[in-house]
Design a protein around this ligand. Sequence first.
Ligand SMILES: [Zn+2]
Length: 468
Amino acid sequence: MTNRIFKTLLCTLVIIAGVCCFAAEQVKPKYIFLFIGDGMSFPQRMAAAEYCKQAGLAPLAINAMKYHAVTTTNSANSFITDSAASGTAIACGTKTNNGMIGVDPQGKPLVSVAKAAKKAGRKVGIITSVTINHATPASFYANNISRGNYYQIALDMVNSGFDYFGGGGASKFDNKKDKKYCGNIYELAEKAGYFVSLEGKKFNEINPSMKRVMSFGAVGALPYAIDSKEGDLRLADFVRQAITQLDNPNGFFIMAEGGKIDWMCHSNDAGTTIKEIIDFDKAVSVALEFAKKHSSETLVVVTGDHETGGLTLGFAGTAYKSFIKRISLQRCSRDKFNHKLRELSQKNELTFEAAKKLAAENFGFEFVAGGKAKKLTMQLSAAEEKALKKAYNVQFPGNKNRKDARGVYDSTFVSAVIRLFNNKASLAWTSGAHTALPVNTTADGVGAENFTNMIDNTDISKKLKELL
Ligand SMILES: [Zn+2]
């Protein structure tokens, strides 16, 4: 090799190496969004997507994202995880036991991607539609051996130094019985420099001149999307506010959780779940809109922490036909329906006829006399009506309240109505708890190509930390 050829080769190698280094530098996004649909796996996403299609609504943004990864969710001590262990895995990249928050199975504190982002100079925001010290958001800022230590977890929130907390307020925020009690959480937060807005009262006062913000839209969890009123603050509002508060030259990390998807999957209420996912999708869309304007510097990742309820997209009674569009007949959540029944009961106005009327109004049932119901319609057969009557007698013997126990095998009237309605919409459930079904992780933007093939939930944290 002549000297000249050698020099040319060397120069080429240096240029290639330079380009490679430059390319490696480029994959670090300035803005990172991580969305978690609690209890949201493939069936939940597909049920919502198919409902949107059949009902003529816009397709889900989360399912149109470019990269998809099948994601396993087991915890350190169980094939079926809870939200504490899966939240810890997604946040910290380490498997732990069910019930534990931000610590390993031995109780050793772990470092979450949110804490790593803060340390790296980014601003950090944590948002949820349930209470802010619930397991999933807690995994990003707290370290505690038990998810049930709500007060202590809220103390970790105050001491986190994170820049923005939004969504549902803290539970047990003034729990004087906690052995670490040292004052009302919100008062402590103000002392620590947070501007605190409760029940959305000061939502519109919040502006970027405020360094630290707690912006809560309700005392506890936000209302279900299906039950929410005009003007209620939704997950999307908090994501929008967080972006305004946190945008800065060093970038940000925002985690936003759709927590009530899980709650209604526990209750086997498909209609409320689907509306909750559409609401969650709107929050993700806010981030995707932002990403469009900052396409060379934004990463959006959407995952679930586990499946809840064992939802299936088909039912024996409806065979190969799909009637998911019927979900639009549902007017309120299971909780609200139960509440309406209780109200009638308390006024001594509840009879089986009144309960039937309420079920017809809120779920589109048609009661026909003499068992002449047409198959595969919303008309109830004599057997279906008889089953409802039996369940009514279980829940309201002598018009006295019996607690709605929830879950797929529960025998109350509310459960029977929900089950029958879901089945008529060609949907069914196998559990009132979580299942081990993997979830779908989708991603768009800078570094999104890291989220493909089959990954574990711990990989999400590991990959995100590399991208900081
Ligand atoms: Zn759950």
